[in-house]
Write a protein of this length. Structure first.
Length: 295
């Protein structure tokens, strides 16, 4: 665990997952203020100035360390890295593709790279490329998924046995039980996404949060988006898609996702969620979530 604490510079080895556009500066700062490691999202960011303003807004709210998620398929990822480095960000997570060119770029800027990986094979590849740590993302996690994957409880120990760099567990973690279980499996820290969406500081729409809180353990499904799948809440639209009654014609863009995730257009969007929504019963403050998790 001490390796992750050193890597993040935070009090607790808890990384806030960066789901698309649901990472407002207030949420990121609240996570860092409570002792975790907040992450800004850049998946849909199309402008360097937007990222710059988000970093500055977060720094206005906290003097604690925070980072960002760099999405490899975003053509601006390497330029974003330079912006982050200039603003003093020391550690980032990397997802959405092979980090072959991005890791050397980050190291050249004096930054650390923690790569999100779904399999042991990919974790070994990330280690060979120089990753400073990996996030073992179990198949029960929310958002973007590949077409192969194992549950967190199997993936984490398999990865711990296969790489020498720190392993962080992601998927199915929402409270102290999941946190302790991840450490028992050999992880040195955790990444938490869905639980922080259902927090007071998150910019997600109230309807979205209430659907998370009301979901059962079987309340999510995997929607085929073509190049990848997404684990999402089983809304009426998603039920029709899963039954083949309606084809998915939702563009995977920041504007469309913001319309549903933040503005509350539930009928025309799909809402990312991990299976762990089934044990989330209340919208709490970030501090309450983290303090319960490490109690």
């Amino acid at each position: 665990m001490s390796r992750i604490i050193d890597l993040l510079g935070s009090r607790f080895p808890i990384i806030q997952g960066a789901m698309g556009v649901i990472c407002n500066p207030e949420l990121v700062a609240a996570v860092s203020e409570a002792g975790g490691f907040g992450l800004l999202a850049t998946t849909f960011t199309k402008d360097i100035e937007v990222l710059n303003s988000q970093v500055k807004a977060t720094k206005d709210l906290t003097d604690k360390p925070f980072g960002a998620n760099l999405f490899v398929m975003n053509p601006l990822a390497e330029k974003f890295a330079k912006v982050l480095a200039e603003e003093g960000v020391k550690t980032v997570t990397v997802s959405g593709g092979a980090p072959k060119t991005l890791i050397p770029r980050l190291h050249g800027l004096g930054m650390k790279a923690i790569v999100v990986v779904p399999t042991v094979e990919i974790a070994k590849g990330a280690e060979a490329l120089g990753a400073d740590g990996v996030i073992a993302e179990g198949a029960e996690s929310g958002g973007v998924q590949g077409f192969r994957g194992a549950s967190t409880i199997v993936l984490v120990p398999a990865m711990v046995d296969s790489v020498r760099i720190p392993v962080i567990a992601a998927g199915g973690i929402a409270d102290s039980r999941g946190y302790r279980a991840a450490l028992a499996l050999g992880a040195e820290g955790v990444q938490v996404g869905t639980r922080f969406i259902a927090s007071k500081e998150c910019v997600a729409h109230t309807t979205y949060k209430q659907l998370l809180v009301g979901a059962q353990e079987t309340g999510t499904g995997l929607v085929n988006m073509g190049r990848f799948r997404m684990r999402v809440l089983r809304t009426p639209l998603v039920e029709k898609i899963l039954k083949g009654e309606e084809t998915i014609n939702i563009a995977f863009t920041g504007e469309v996702m913001e319309d549903g995730w933040i503005k509350g257009n539930i009928e025309g969007s799909i809402l990312p969620s991990g299976e762990v929504a089934g044990i989330i019963s209340r919208v709490l403050s970030v501090r309450e979530i983290i303090e319960e998790m490490v109690s």
